[in-house]
Design a protein around this ligand. Structure first.
Ligand SMILES: Cc1cc2nc3c(=O)[nH]c(=O)nc-3n(C[C@H](O)[C@H](O)[C@H](O)COP(=O)(O)OP(=O)(O)OC[C@H]3O[C@@H](n4cnc5c(N)ncnc54)[C@H](O)[C@@H]3O)c2cc1C
Ligand SMILES: NC(=O)C1=CN([C@@H]2O[C@H](COP(=O)(O)OP(=O)(O)OC[C@H]3O[C@@H](n4cnc5c(N)ncnc54)[C@H](OP(=O)(O)O)[C@@H]3O)[C@@H](O)[C@H]2O)C=CC1
Ligand code: HEM
Ligand SMILES: [Fe+3]
Length: 461
């Protein structure tokens, strides 16, 4: 048995008091790791195995018996066996009557079976109290002690006392039990470890589509167009200039898409005259992945700031500046200082900096350690109010950057306006609609939107 290092001992070990005996069916990876952890926490462990004499590698101090002998030793039996091998339990139904059977199994695919493994177990052994737990913890993490990410143990079961007993074991092992209700929740709990960033899929795909679209849009306007009309090779723009259009545009668009569903939701509530009806699924899912959209937008904003910082050291910029200076010197032409241009230039950069500062603040408040330290109103103030201010500052940054060029026909290339002009459509719509609709009252259902927390005092008229 490997030496147990102090740090793998759970914080709540209390070796003086003898804990109850727990039985573990199965001497495989998970059974052995869980047995070792429970022994360290002072439990006495009895393993059930098909071949008690053959089971090597078991932690010292653990007893190993046949399944039927082991079942008589404790009223809590943790089933460290794959669902496919549950059939042997039907021979033990008498013995398992009234006992707590902890199902820890996972499947290889989401919704692999019509019913959850735990419900299947409850059908096999109807007299036992089946509780689902531990399936989100890996054998490796139990053994190595590296439980940082997955300390949470989702627990569900129909018998509350049985559930409580299992949650006490979870706590004694230094893990965090999360009661998910009755055994119906087992299916979702079993699917959980099989999901891969479920809330990030839509934001990722959307960002990829935005980047690809705007990249090719800029290539048409800034590489192909000059090549066709001026035989100029501007392919080098694909390295920095075009990414420094695509990334800020993606950041601004995604930021606007974080706040658009809130507007749609609010208008829907106004239109329905109540906030007590569910949103359509597409809007619900969109509302639920706003955090992920916002964090990806922040990532693009960071890229834009880095690309912007390197502008002065680019060969193309230095060459252009040098060339301009020489041309002016030889032509003895002065380029008078324009205060308006200076104002426009400095203000759009300053708006960008302020917008970026608030953007980072939004990101910081979404860190669990920070969001857990603020109350709901404070969180909403930052995320909703400051979030809108971020959107307005970044939109203003882009508008001022565009300056007078908006209106000059020369920016159209093959009738295509600059990419940022298209990028401004959603942010401006969101900013304007948020500012206007807050006061709007739908004809026939004049009501003011109350914040969600004011819900109790707000009875629909
Ligand atoms: C960098 C960054 C990080 C972010 N991190 C997070 C984060 O950690 N967590 C997070 O949630 N968002 C996060 N977001 C997204 C966004 O900031 C928040 O979702 C913000 O609360 C949206 O505010 P809102 O005013 O648009 O919508 P909301 O404040 O949600 O309100 C919009 C409207 O819908 C109604 N409404 C809202 N929710 C409900 C509901 N459940 N039932 C009925 N009516 C409702 C309200 O009454 C209101 O009228 C992040 C965004 C960014 C840019
Ligand atoms: N490994 C992990 O990290 C995690 C595993 N789980 C779940 O824990 C359960 C056990 O997983 P794991 O320990 O990795 O699996 P293993 O294959 O390593 O061990 C399963 C054990 O089941 C027992 N068993 C009983 N009947 C049979 C049979 N007919 N054929 C094969 N084995 C049988 C065996 O013990 P014996 O020979 O002593 O009878 C065997 O060692 C699974 O349901 C899994 O989904 C959940 C979370 C994480
Ligand atoms: C420190 C913060 C920022 C600075 C210093 C900054 C600076 C700049 C500069 C110099 C440009 C012109 C780039 C060029 O001409 O190639 C620009 C363009 C732009 N910026 Fe920023 N910016 C900042 C933050 C932001 C943020 C947070 C957003 C949006 C979320 C944003 C969105 C844009 C957009 C959409 C453009 C136009 C891109 C184009 O089509 O050319 N910027 N910014
Ligand atoms: Fe295994």
């Amino acid at each position: 048995m490997e030496k147990t290092s102090a740090d793998s001992l759970p914080l709540t070990v209390n070796s003086s008091e003898k804990q109850e005996t727990v039985c573990i069916f199965g001497t495989g990876d998970f059974g052995r790791s869980l047995g070792l952890k429970m022994l360290q926490c002072g439990y006495s462990i009895v393993f059930g195995s098909r071949n008690p004499r053959m089971s090597s590698l078991l932690p010292n101090g653990a007893e190993v018996l046949s399944y039927s002998e082991a079942a008589q030793k404790s009223d809590i039996i943790i089933l460290a066996v794959h669902r496919e091998h549950y059939d042997f339990l039907t021979e033990l139904t008498e013995l398992l009557n009234g006992k707590i059977l902890v199902d820890i199994s996972n499947n290889l695919k989401i919704n692999q079976y019509p019913e959850s493994n735990a419900e299947y177990l409850a059908q096999l052994v109807p007299g036992a109290h089946v509780v689902k737990a531990f399936n989100t913890i890996s054998a490796w993490a139990l053994q190595s002690g590296a439980l940082d990410a997955s300390r949470q143990v989702f627990v569900c079961g129909n018998d509350s006392k049985a559930k409580q007993r299992v949650m006490d074991i979870v706590r004694t092992l230094g893990l965090t039990p999360l009661d998910q209700g009755s055994l119906i929740a087992a299916k979702e709990i079993e699917n959980y470890p099989l999901q891969l960033f479920p809330m990030w899929k839509f934001p990722f795909y959307l960002s990829a589509i935005l980047c690809v679209f705007f990249f090719f849009y800029c290539v048409i306007r800034e590489v192909i167009y000059p090549y066709v009309y001026e035989k100029k090779d501007s392919t080098f723009r694909m390295a920095i200039s075009i990414p420094n259009r695509v990334f800020p545009i993606a950041a601004l668009t995604l930021l606007a898409l974080v706040y658009l569903p809130g507007v749609i939701a609010a208008v829907l509530q106004l239109y329905r005259g109540t906030k007590y009806r569910r949103f359509p699924d597409w809007l619900d899912h969109w509302m639920l992945c706003r955090k992920q959209l916002g964090l990806i937008a922040l990532g693009f904003a960071f890229l834009h700031v880095i690309y912007t910082l390197v502008i002065p050291i680019r060969y193309y910029v230095r060459w252009t500046l040098r060339n301009m200076t020489i041309t002016q010197a030889t032509a003895k032409k002065e380029n008078p200082f324009s205060t308006t241009t200076a104002w426009l230039n400095d203000s759009y950069i300053s708006l960008g900096i302020l917008g970026f500062f608030l953007f980072v603040l939004l990101g910081i408040t979404s860190l669990p350690s920070v969001s857990n330290a603020v109350n709901w109103r404070e969180f909403r103030f930052v995320q909703s109010k400051l979030g809108y201010l971020t959107l307005i500052l970044c939109t203003a940054h882009t508008l001022v950057y565009g300056g007078k060029r908006f209106l000059s026909p020369s920016i159209l290339k093959w009738y295509l306006p600059s990419a940022y002009v298209i990028a401004l459509i959603i942010p401006c719509t969101v900013a304007i609609s948020k500012m206007t609709f807050r006061r709007i009252s739908f004809p026939g259902s004049c009501m003011e939107l109350k914040e969600p927390y004011a819900r109790s005092s707000h009875i629909p008229k």
